[in-house]
Ligand binder design. Structure first.
Ligand code: NAP
Ligand code: MG
Length: 398
């Protein structure tokens, strides 16, 4: 059988530890036997980031701007312990942060549902995709401890020197204060990413803030989302039979819990940070969660939501058997191949992606899975496979 050809390469961002091991197996056992794989390869493994003084991360993001679609392996975000472990000359920044700052955009996380793994909330029968606005707010704040009595104000100084002020608090005793910001342009980009993704997935968008309390700040988010929707998306949503729906964050949380899933939950930065952990936990396993960065400029970067699974990697290095779940990494590849096929007009790529996803799910539903799922499945007598064994089992069925 001849292999499927590709017109344009995928930008491939290799990574670290256990996910790097999995990465190679996925390519060799699941993809390359079926596709004449064309990739523009960047090694984002920490040793090579050190060698290139992190230039490779920037280069990989620039390549994504050129080609439009990237697939990324999980990477180490260095901390003090990693600086020692890898003899780093400095604590390089998070690759995901660097890439996101170059491509801009929103991260959408979607769980992969399989029969036999029940969500903790039994009514969640369809996936909830969580979209986190990943700019500003408390993540780019300025904070102070106030030592004692005094006045704290917000001061805006215009280029011509005129000032406007807003009293934060008249302190008569010690306390704390925090200032944060966001940008109309960034919120607008978020709106576009959410609405574009909704049209692609044929799903409603829910968005919520606390605008009853935050009458200027959160209100701005609500207004911009609505403006973008009314001006550019209302007709297309109506034609697609989907909705945009705004509510208060408290109400959203209650409705989400009672829902059946099957929609995109757009969240401000902090809400998205917290709620994505809640959503992924309810669905069972971080290893079953995909992630895609959708840039308002038309770039797509696919990855697994989990990290490099360091604990398993140390076992692997000692020669012990591991049972690391590769599903989210496989779905990163299928997502990227499908999008490449759409952009290039090569539907065979999308058909292959569908087949690989179906085969992966069928393998698990047939009772063969990695340890993380075997521990929580309701299927009788699941067979726990090794990291390699699970990928081989999929390869055989494929
Ligand atoms: P992690 O790699 O997500 O793993 C945390 C734990 O979750 C694992 O120890 C394992 O639990 C379980 N787990 C996660 N993925 C799994 C999988 N595919 N199969 C089976 N179990 C899985 O998070 P971490 O250990 O906190 O972080 C490790 C490194 O990843 C860090 O250096 C961090 O910087 C990096 N990281 C990268 C990204 C990214 O590139 N997007 C995201 C997050 C973290 P058990 O040990 O109980 O089996
Ligand atoms: Mg979090």
């Amino acid at each position: 059988m001849s292999k499927i050809a590709m017109k344009t390469p995928l930008v491939e961002m290799d990574g670290d530890e256990m996910t790097r091991v999995i990465w190679k197996l996925i390519k060799e056992d699941l993809i390359e036997p079926h596709i004449d794989l064309a990739t523009d390869y960047y090694d984002l493994g920490l040793p090579h980031r050190e060698e290139t003084r992190d230039q490779v991360t920037v280069d990989s993001a620039e390549a994504t701007k050129k080609y439009g679609v990237a697939v990324k392996c999980a990477t180490i975000t260095p901390n003090a312990q990693r600086v020692d472990e890898y003899h780093l000359s400095q604590m390089w920044k998070s690759p995901n942060g660097t890439i996101r700052s170059i491509l801009d955009g929103t991260v959408f996380r979607t769980p992969i549902l399989v029969k036999g793994i029940k969500p903790y909330i039994p009514t969640w029968t369809a996936p909830i995709t969580l979209a986190r606005h990943a700019y500003g707010d408390v993540y780019k704040n300025a904070e102070m401890r106030i030592p004692g009595p005094g006045k704290v104000e917000l001061v805006y100084t215009a280029p011509d020197g005129t000032e406007s002020r807003e009293l934060v608090h008249e302190f008569d005793a010690p306390g704390v204060v925090q200032g944060m910001h966001n940008l109309d342009e960034s919120i607008r980009g978020f709106a576009h990413s959410c609405f574009d993704y909704a049209l692609e997935k044929h799903e409603d968008v829910w968005f919520a803030t606390k605008d009853t309390i935050s009458k200027t700040y959160d209100r701005r988010f609500k207004d911009i989302m609505q403006e973008v929707f009314d001006a550019e998306y209302a007709d297309r949503f109506a034609a697609a039979g989907i909705e945009y729906f705004y509510t208060l964050i408290d109400d959203a949380v209650a409705r989400v819990v009672r829902s059946h899933g099957g929609f995109i939950w757009a969240c401000k930065n902090y809400d998205g940070d917290v709620m994505s952990d809640m959503v992924s936990t309810v669905y069972g396993s971080l290893a079953m969660m995909t992630s895609v960065l959708v840039s308002p400029h038309g770039y797509w970067e696919y990855e697994a939501a989990h990290g490099t699974v360091q604990r398993h990697y140390y076992k692997y290095l000692k020669g012990e058997t591991t049972s690391t779940n590769s599903v989210a990494s496989i779905f990163a590849w299928t997502g990227a191949l499908r999008k490449r096929g759409e952009l290039d007009g090569t539907p065979e790529l999308g058909e292959f992606a569908d087949r690989l996803e179906r085969t992966t799910i069928a393998t698990i539903e047939g009772g063969r899975m990695t340890g993380d799922l075997a521990r929580i499945t309701e299927l009788p007598d699941p067979e726990t496979l090794t990291t390699e064994g699970f990928i081989e089992a999929i390869a055989e069925q494929l």
